[in-house]
Ligand binder design. Sequence first.
Ligand code: NAD
Ligand code: ZN
Length: 388
Amino acid sequence: MKAVTWHGKHDVRTETVEDPKILDPNDVLLKVTSTAICGSDLHLYAGSIPEMRSGDVLGHEFMGEVVETGANVSRIKKGQRVVVPFCIACGECYFCKHDQTSLCDNTNPDAHKVEELYGYSGSGLFGYSHLFGGYAGGQAEYVRVPHADVGCYVIPNGIPDEQVLFLTDIFPTGYQAADQCDLKGGETVAIWGAGPVGLFAALSCKLLGAGRVVVIDRIPFRLEMAREKVGVETLHLDKDDIYERLREITDGRGPDCCIDAVGLDAHGTSLHEMYDKVKRAVGLETDDGTALRQAINCCRKGGVVSVPGVYGGVVDKYPIGAQFGKALRMIGGQTHVHRYLDRLFDHVQNGVDASFPITHRASLDEASDLYETFRTKEDECVKVVMRP
Ligand code: NAD
Ligand code: ZN
């Protein structure tokens, strides 16, 4: 079959690889109908994630039709259309039972490596290195889905792929970022990053009752999309004095909640470098965490800083004094996608347009160019969807 494979920094290719097979009785095989490139894929593209191997199949945002089911699969049937959360969950462990599926204890056979590096471990992930299980991803014609009864979310016919594809990741990720702010209604929320995650966080803040939402970025057409398609206010990272402007609109206090939807610099502070340094437990000098530091700095006393942006290892100059002194509640993490599927699918059925960030549509053959376009944000690119 055709698949998008990783070969090193800024080197992805569309090639022919072996078809996936059922390896476990709880697996299904999907014929992929739509798949997207995520900001998290840019960390792989930048060569920032250790334990990638040449030829690994990329992609954790995908949906398709079930073409084969393993012997133990009971809920999911051949022929069904499903979307699949990016985090693989067993449904049985303590964390799955407590609705924290991205922390699943049973789906990452490489957990010991993550544990050793970062001191924690979470679920297996599709298309995300041999730190997270080495599962082949879904930027391909076919993909194997383990724990299919837990993961697959059935989509009735008649709803286009583009309205539900982002249930796999970025819609729930934006939603969880907002949900973790514990909005009661009327709050002011500032969001760093007008990428797909920041935009879905903005939309979700509105769905959850925020009074005022301000999105911050430096890319004009992404800010424009935030204003026009999500209906929120924007600030320009380099042209506006972010701290002062946010103070001005909050009676001098700062936003009630700040969301960092940026994370690690996608242009590549290498986690390989961190890898060694973390082990030696020394400080780092990087620019990573700029958005995080600004979010902590701007947030009002007693507020919430919610971090969907991905970090690994350590971030230099994390302002723990401000966090402590301002009594901020910090919360982050991979998204517990399964938790939000029903809720968000209802929103889609009730008319929320979940396809709004899509700017580029193509086939798998164009993946190499599209990764580059999505990285550079040229050609007014916000979100890329490929149809095998
Ligand atoms: P993206 O690269 O398309 O968007 C990031 C945006 O941040 C860009 O528009 C960029 O211009 C902007 N930016 C960069 N530095 C900034 C700064 N200092 N202040 C304000 N804006 C800044 O990526 P995306 O798809 O939107 O993903 C964003 C982050 O969310 C990534 O780190 C990704 O890995 C992460 N993510 C996390 C989860 C999760 O489970 N927690 C899931 C999906 C994505
Ligand atoms: Zn993603």
